[in-house]
Design a protein around this ligand. Structure first.
Ligand code: ADP
Length: 487
């Protein structure tokens, strides 16, 4: 597979603490790899506990004494809008770095991820001067009112699947609320987060408000989680890591939002618009190389249309163009790294061993880079590993159903509860299912429709708290009740 790789100017590879670019105290660096050709893109400063100490100290000072939480709220919003203007100015270079580091098609980064990120930050910029309390009619001669105050220093730990977008989901509400923050980007994709820190600084975000410590989870990540100077953790990643984080943050009683994995049911009834549903099933699993926490990885198809519908979905998978992320025709790039690639290939093997039918895909593409064929398994049963576990790759499991009550029971028979979708033209069926499915988001006759104003998050072990919308902002605020004697 030929790879023409652009050469964007990667200027930021050091840690960003208190407005300064500095190496890690240990002097260590780690390689960040281009998953399309397995070559090293850059060496990035590897932060650990001592570096986190400095970052938290800076964030703490910026919160306790600095201008950010005390700024006129409207001014905070203006600086956030300026930050977005600067992102827009550099969008082509940012998209190239994102694609290089993550492997996603350039056009996805350029036309989907970054515009959504900008929209999210602008949405929260609008909130900055609309955060207000209430007056409460209490008994007696008192004036009682509430204030909504920033929670303090936020520790933000993000994954590699949507590096820029995850920064926006985390920084947007934190900055609007007046918090300061220490972020650890994923070790696979640190580059665009660092560039965004530079742009935020240029936009006028004061030193110490945003601090970025690249590094690994058990060192830099754990140090953020345990640090007594951090008031809140916002984490997106795997359930196992989330459980460790919950245990490790218990001693310091941190506020917490967790956005974790899923095994989301995508349900197609015979009375749906089948062309649209097939497209929705296809995008629902394959978007972003299957590396979406809300991927529709369990496709439930009503028995009466099963074979013809599966044919459509298989056909779409066969036609999906896998290749160089910088080729405008490419729809699917490589998986993010070797570990993810190997995990996906082992699930494909498991699916075959357990007796599912691999209707298309199942192989590596090429011998360089972590490319996997879009894969569809049919004749999948609920107890198979490919129907139960989050694979986080382009692997769809198709299951049959006929009875609706039984379908709901099976769709909900998972420890996850992030998302679900229903395809039907019957309005009452759609709304009934929307209420019976135990998931934080239910899409009806669509999939992967996100909006900065619409809350997103999980039921059950898909996490708690919500991101986006007003609910996402709430998680960065404390309520304070003030009671004043008028006597
Ligand atoms: P994934 O499987 O998607 O990589 P992880 O949960 O391992 O999910 O990683 C998500 C983020 O959490 C990354 O930034 C990673 O470095 C970080 N992380 C991993 N382990 C820990 C830990 N013990 N404490 C804090 N952060 C961690």
């Amino acid at each position: 597979m030929p790879h023409s790789v652009p050469n964007p100017n990667i200027r930021q590879t050091q840690m960003f603490i208190n407005g300064q670019w500095i190496p890690s105290q240990s002097g260590k660096t780690f390689d960040t790899i281009n998953p399309a050709n397995e070559e090293v893109i850059a060496q990035v400063a590897e932060g650990d506990a001592v570096d986190v100490e400095c970052a938290v100290e800076a964030a703490r000072r910026a919160f306790d004494e600095g201008p950010w939480p005390r700024l006129n709220a409207r001014e905070r919003g203006k600086i956030m809008h300026r930050f977005c203007d600067l992102i827009d100015e550099e969008i082509d270079e940012l998209a190239a770095i994102e694609s290089l580091d993550n492997g996603k098609p350039l056009k996805d980064a350029r036309y989907v991820d970054i515009p959504l990120a900008v929209e999210c930050i602008r949405y929260y910029a609008g909130w900055a001067d609309k955060i207000q309390g209430t007056t409460i009619p209490v008994n007696g001669d008192f004036l009682c009112y509430t204030r909504r105050e920033p929670v303090g220093v936020a520790g933000q730990i993000i994954p590699w699947n949507f590096p820029i977008l995850m920064v926006a989901w985390k920084w947007g509400p934190a900055l609007a609320a007046g918090c300061t923050l220490v972020m650890k980007p994923a070790e696979q994709t640190p580059l665009t987060c660092l560039r965004l820190a530079r742009l935020a600084q240029k936009a006028g975000v004061p030193d110490g408000v945003i601090n970025v410590v690249p590094g690994f989870g058990p060192t830099a990540g754990a140090a953020i989680v345990k640090h007594p100077g951090v008031d809140k953790i916002a984490f997106t990643g795997s359930g196992e890591t989330a459980k460790t984080i919950m245990r490790q943050s218990a001693d310091t009683m941190k506020r917490m939002t967790l956005e974790l994995g899923g095994k989301s049911p995508n349900i197609v009834f015979a009375d749906a618009s089948l062309e649209a549903a097939a497209e929705g099933a296809h995008i629902g699993i394959h978007l972003n190389q299957g590396q979406c926490c809300c991927a529709g990885s369990r496709l439930f198809v009503e028995d009466s249309i099963h074979d013809s519908f599966v044919e459509k979905v298989v056909e779409l998978s066969r036609k999906r163009r896998v290749g160089n992320p910088f080729d405008p025709a490419t729809e699917q790039g490589p998986q993010v790294d070797r570990a993810q690639f190997e995990k996906i290939m082992s699930y494909i093997e498991k699916g075959q061993e357990e007796g599912a039918v691999c209707a298309t895909g199942g192989q590596r593409v090429g011998d360089r880079g972590f490319f996997v064929e879009p894969t569809v398994f049919t004749e999948v049963h609920d107890e198979m590993a490919i129907a139960r576990d989050e694979i986080f790759g382009p692997v769809l499991s198709v299951l049959r159903f006929s009875d609706v009550d039984e379908l709901v029971r099976r769709a909900n028979a998972t420890t996850f509860g992030l998302a679900a979708a229903v395809w039907t033209r019957n309005v009452s069926k759609a709304h009934t299912l929307a209420s019976r499915l135990r998931a934080g988001t239910v899409w009806v006759n669509c999939y992967d429709v996100f909006d900065a104003a619409a809350p997103f998050g999980g039921f059950k072990q898909s996490g708690f708290g919500r991101e986006l919308g007003q609910r996402g902002l709430d998680t960065y605020l404390e309520d304070k009740t003030v009671t004043v004697s008028l006597g």
